[in-house]
Design a binder for this molecule. Structure first.
Ligand SMILES: Cc1cc2nc3c(=O)[nH]c(=O)nc-3n(C[C@H](O)[C@H](O)[C@H](O)COP(=O)(O)OP(=O)(O)OC[C@H]3O[C@@H](n4cnc5c(N)ncnc54)[C@H](O)[C@@H]3O)c2cc1C
Length: 320
C-alpha cells in the first residue's frame, strides 16, 4: 500500500528485511499439521515489491537484518542475512515495521527446547516434529507394551499459551488427531495422542469476552483437548517440562513457595510456546536510546511518529 501511495510522489523506497517473503500468519497453525502447504502462506517479497511499485517509483528490496538505527545521522546499519556483512543505508524518512518476537519470559529451557509458531520455519519444524514423533510411535507400537511409556511421551503435545494462536493450534491439532492420524496410523495411535493447552491465567482467551472463551474451551474439550488453566511452565530441560499453579505478580513469598511445592514434571513429545510476544532487540535498543521507558515497543504519537524523533515512524506489532 505504501509503495502504491508513494508512486505519484516519485519516492525512492527501500524495503529491508531478513525474511524474503511476506508471511500470512493466520495459516501457520494449519500448515503445521499439513492441512495446507507452507508455500500458500508465503508470498515472495521481491516479486511483491516489483508488482506494487510503479515505473515512476524506485522500489528496492534489500535482504538484510537492521541492527542499529542512528536517528541523528539518519542511517540504518544492517547486516546481510547469510554472512553478516555490514550495510549502511541512509534515509529521509524511516518506517520501522519489524514486528515482534516470541517472549519466553526468561523461563529456563524454553528457548532451547521449545517449538514456536511465529515464522514459516517454525511451522515447518513443528510439522516435522509431529510427523517424526508419530512415525517413531508407530514403529515402537509393533513391540507390544515394551515401549508404552515412550509412545505416550512421543504422542504428548503441550501448547503453552491460551491466546488466539494457542487455541487455534490446539483445534488444528485435534482435527489432525481425529481425522488424518486415524486414517494414516489407526486408532491405536490416535487414541493415545494427548493435546494439552496450558494457560497461566484463570481462563483462556483473556482479552476476549468470557462467554466466547467458554465456547472455545467447550469446543476444544469436546475434541479431546485438555485445557489446564491457572497453570504455568517454570522450567524445561530436554523433554521434561515442569509446571505449577501460577501465582499473581503480587503473590507473597509464602504463596509462591506453596505453588512451587506443587510443581510437577512431565515428559512430552513436543512443547509449543505461543505464550506471548516481546520487542525485538532493534526496537529495545532504539527505545532505550530515545529515553523511552516502556521496552515492549516504540511509543508513537497519533501520526505513528516515534516519540522523540522527527522522521521515524513505527507501525504494527513494534509500535505502542
Ligand atoms: C500463528 C499466528 C496467527 C496469527 N493470526 C492472526 C489473525 O488471525 N489475525 C490478526 O489480526 N493477527 C494475527 N496474528 C498476528 C499478526 O501476524 C501480527 O500482528 C502481524 O504480523 C504484525 O505485523 P507486522 O508487520 O508488525 O510484523 P510482522 O508480520 O512480524 O513482520 C515483520 C517483518 O520485519 C522483518 N524484520 C524483523 N526484524 C528485522 C530487522 N532487524 N531488520 C529488518 N527487518 C526485520 C521480519 O522478517 C518480517 O518480515 C497472528 C500471529 C501468529 C504468530
Amino acid at each position: 500500500n505504501a509503495l502504491r501511495k508513494c508512486a505519484s510522489a516519485q519516492k525512492s523506497v527501500v524495503i529491508v528485511s531478513p525474511r524474503p517473503h511476506f508471511l500470512y500468519t493466520p495459516l501457520l497453525a494449519s500448515s503445521s499439521v499439513g492441512t495446507i502447504t507452507l508455500r500458500s502462506a508465503c508470498e515472495p517479497l521481491r516479486a511483491l515489491v516489483e508488482s506494487a511499485a510503479s515505473k515512476a517509483t524506485s522500489a528496492t528490496f534489500v535482504r538484510a537484518d537492521a541492527r542499529e538505527i542512528d536517528v541523528h545521522n539518519k542511517k540504518v546499519y544492517a547486516t546481510t542475512d547469510s554472512d553478516g556483512m555490514g550495510l549502511e543505508l541512509s534515509y529521509d524518512k524511516l518506517v520501522i515495521a519489524v514486528g515482534a518476537q516470541p517472549n519466553t519470559f526468561g523461563i529456563p529451557g524454553v528457548q532451547e527446547h521449545g517449538l514456536f509458531l511465529k515464522e514459516a520455519e517454525d511451522s515447518a519444524k513443528l510439522h516435522a516434529k509431529l510427523l517424526s514423533n508419530l512415525e517413531k510411535a508407530a514403529a515402537l507400537s509393533h513391540q507390544g507394551n515394551k515401549y508404552a511409556t515412550e509412545i505416550d511421551r512421543l504422542l504428548k503435545v503441550v501448547v503453552v499459551g491460551g491466546g488466539p494462536t494457542g487455541v487455534e493450534l490446539c483445534a488444528e491439532l485435534a482435527d489432525f488427531k481425529n481425522h488424518d492420524v486415524v486414517k494414516r496410523y489407526g486408532t491405536d495411535i490416535s487414541d493415545r495422542i494427548q493435546i494439552i493447552l496450558v494457560e497461566a491465567m484463570p481462563r483462556i482467551l483473556m482479552p476476549f469476552d468470557e462467554s466466547l472463551a467458554n465456547v472455545a474451551k467447550e469446543h476444544l474439550v469436546s475434541k479431546g483437548v485438555e485445557v489446564r488453566t491457572g497453570c504455568g511452565v517454570t522450567y524445561v530441560e530436554g523433554q521434561d517440562v515442569t509446571m505449577q499453579p501460577s501465582t499473581p505478580r503480587t503473590a507473597t513469598a509464602e504463596q509462591k513457595a506453596e505453588a512451587a511445592s506443587k510443581a510437577k514434571s512431565e515428559e512430552v513429545g513436543a512443547l509449543v510456546w505461543v505464550a506471548g510476544i516481546g520487542a525485538r532487540p532493534l526496537v529495545k535498543k532504539l527505545a532505550k536510546q530515545l529515553g523511552q521507558t516502556d521496552m515492549r515497543g516504540l511509543k508513537v504519537d497519533e501520526t505513528l511518529k516515534v516519540e522523540g524523533t522527527n522522521d521515524v515512524y513505527a507501525i504494527g506489532d513494534c509500535a505502542l
